[in-house]
Design a protein around this ligand. Structure first.
Ligand code: NDP
Length: 309
């Protein structure tokens, strides 16, 4: 089976250039640019990279961004006060509070304090409810990115059996709603699912959002299916590397492990996916790149809705 690699970079670049053009048009016609406020608390290294990428991408697309980096000892009340200030600030169109937050902060209360009209991550219960009802809403970025990959790769969704492994509030559940809206027949699997491979191997579209490196193996994958790998995990086990990566990729992966101590893998075993799937998203270079692009799209959407254009 020749597997088509669905390049997240190509698709994300296309979306980003559309957004940049839209931002330019808004500025010419209305005299303002969308503004994203990113809030980060503490020194989590992954969060630093994620927020850095988001702020950099915003700048590339002409979106104004504010980066509020608060010390780890910031109190719940002070963070809440910042969210209220950003809600009240008419120049701010989108608010993003990078997770995870330090343990002493009540994450749920912070996310629920964000004005739903500025909730560019789509995590506020009002937006989650609107998505479930099939109303227009700000949709979580990673699931929205998965749908963009499918659509822009001309992979039919309507009438197909989509199986999602993972039921988190940020990926699995909202993705189920989006695929349902696209008229897929949707099955959601999780850690208590019996006979996982029996179900996943029936999928036309299989999405893995589990958080376990290479967990989805050949027996889980239906021949000729589309496999979307949402997972992002570090892999460093030299002994099993040849079971994880296809021969043509192995040398490069081993070199990366030797140089950096680990290499990024998804929740799907890429070697097996390349043997069975018709379409497959790579890690890195797949869904992750779409997440940032969709955040930018949400920022422009939020700006246009708020400012009624
Ligand atoms: P969560 O940990 O919140 O959810 C994981 C899900 O996987 C749960 O529903 C869990 O089931 C299920 N699961 C765990 N073990 C098994 C198993 N053995 N069999 C079947 N299901 C299982 O993770 P997230 O949804 O936040 O993230 C999933 C992955 O996606 C991670 O690798 C994360 O890094 C990545 N990610 C990537 C993003 C991107 O931009 N590409 C963005 C967000 C996440 P249960 O509910 O029963 O516990």
């Amino acid at each position: 089976m020749t597997t088509r690699i669905l390049s997240g970079k190509t698709i994300a670049d296309a979306i980003k250039s559309e957004i940049a053009a839209e931002v330019k048009t808004v500025e010419i016609e209305h005299g303002w640019r969308p503004c994203l406020a990113a809030v980060r608390v503490g020194q989590d290294p992954a969060s630093e990279v994620y927020v850095g990428n988001k702020v950099k991408t915003a700048a590339e697309l002409g979106i104004i961004s504010e980066h509020h980096h608060l010390p780890v000892e910031t109190s719940h009340e002070d963070l809440l006060a910042l969210v209220h200030d950003l809600n009240a600030n008419n120049d701010v169109d989108g608010i993003l509070v990078q997770l995870p937050l330090p343990r002493h902060i009540n994450e749920r209360e912070i996310l629920e304090a964000i004005d739903p009209a500025k909730d560019v991550d789509g995590f506020h219960p009002e937006n989650v409810g609107r998505l479930s009802l099939g109303y227009p809403s700000l949709v979580p970025c990673t699931p929205a990115g998965v749908v963009e990959i499918l659509k822009r790769s001309d992979i039919e969704i309507a009438g197909k059996h989509a199986v999602i492994v993972g039921r988190s509030n940020i990926v699995g559940k909202p993705l189920a709603m989006l695929l349902l809206k696209e008229n897929a027949t949707v099955t959601i699997c999780h850690s208590r699912t019996a006979d996982l491979a029996e179900i996943t191997s029936q999928a036309d579209i299989l999405v893995a959002a589990i958080g376990r490196a290479g967990f989805i193996r050949g027996e889980h994958i239906g021949a000729g299916s589309t496999v979307i790998d949402v997972g992002i995990n570090n892999f460093s086990d030299m002994e099993t590397a040849s079971e994880m990566f296809p021969a043509e990729d192995l040398e490069k992966r081993i070199a990366t492990i030797e140089k950096r101590g680990s290499t990024l893998v998804g929740d799907v075993n890429p070697k097996d996916a390349m043997e069975k799937a018709a379409n497959f998203t790579p890690v890195p270079g797949g869904v992750g790149l779409l997440t940032v692009a969709m955040l930018m799209k949400n920022t422009v959407t939020a700006a246009k809705m708020r400012r009624k254009i």
